[in-house]
Write a protein that binds this ligand. Structure first.
Ligand SMILES: [Fe+2]
Length: 240
């Protein structure tokens, strides 16, 4: 069994991650010198599990808007959590972003026998055609996981995987094959090298991570959603 991600604990001793002291620094610090993840560590007060317990089961992913959050019948600790959840979204909205707060029981998942799984449980880089970043914060349950670029390899650079994708593609045209890889997002997914130890983003910490876009000054941050554990409460995740 794999040992699980390295727990979030300061100092991180991870040259890809830089710790920042505030939200303002999280936003204004440029990605440089190979650093592709910024983290504003926080210990939050409030009962986030109580908020999640009020979200009705049934939907795999339920998006919570501010009105829904405010209408929940909560204890003072639950209400304190709601204030944090709304404040965090307002910080991002003030930047012109459109954050989403999701209560996630499980994400859609590719077939187990897919040559390159392209779901969010697979290590991947987010991508965009224009300069942008991903902001995220986990509030309950298992947190998102990161993987140092040194410990990651693109699936399409693994010879056996590339050969299998080539067979699935079926054509001889190299350019068309490259386009096929991009169209299916195969170029954005990674495998962890045998010695790799993914690291946990931890709960309550606000992260800004680098995205794969033309001209990005650093390699993208490789990350994934943690495995879903049946019977556990949903995760609460802010993403923008
Ligand atoms: Fe992602």
């Amino acid at each position: 069994m794999s040992p699980g991600p390295i727990p979030f604990r300061l100092p991180l001793e991870n040259p890809r991650v830089r710790i920042v002291p505030s939200f303002a620094a999280l936003v204004s610090t440029p990605f440089a010198d190979g650093v592709n993840a910024l983290c504003w560590p926080r210990t939050l007060t409030g009962d986030f599990a109580e908020v999640v317990a009020h979200v009705t089961a049934g939907d795999d992913i339920a998006t919570l808007d501010d009105a829904t959050l405010r209408a929940l019948p909560l204890s003072p600790a639950g209400r304190a959590a709601v204030e944090v959840l709304i404040e965090d979204q307002e910080r991002l909205r003030a930047l012109g972003l459109e954050p989403v707060l999701d209560c996630i029981q499980r994400y859609p998942q590719d077939d187990a026998d897919a040559t390159v799984p392209t779901d969010v449980y697979s290590f991947h880089a987010d991508s965009a055609t224009v300069a942008t970043d991903t902001f995220l914060c986990s509030y309950t349950e298992a947190a998102s996981e990161g993987l140092r670029n040194e410990e990651a390899r693109r699936c399409i650079d693994v010879p056996d995987t590339r050969a299998a994708l080539r067979r699935e593609f079926g054509g001889a045209d190299d350019e068309a094959f490259e386009a096929y890889l991009r169209e299916n997002c195969y170029d954005l997914h990674y495998v962890a090298l045998p010695h790799a130890r993914p690291f946990s983003f931890g709960l309550g910490n606000f992260w800004r991570i680098a995205v794969d876009y033309p001209g990005c000054p650093v390699p993208p941050c490789v990350h994934r959603a943690p495995a879903t554990v049946t019977g556990r409460p949903p995760r609460l995740l802010l993403i923008s």
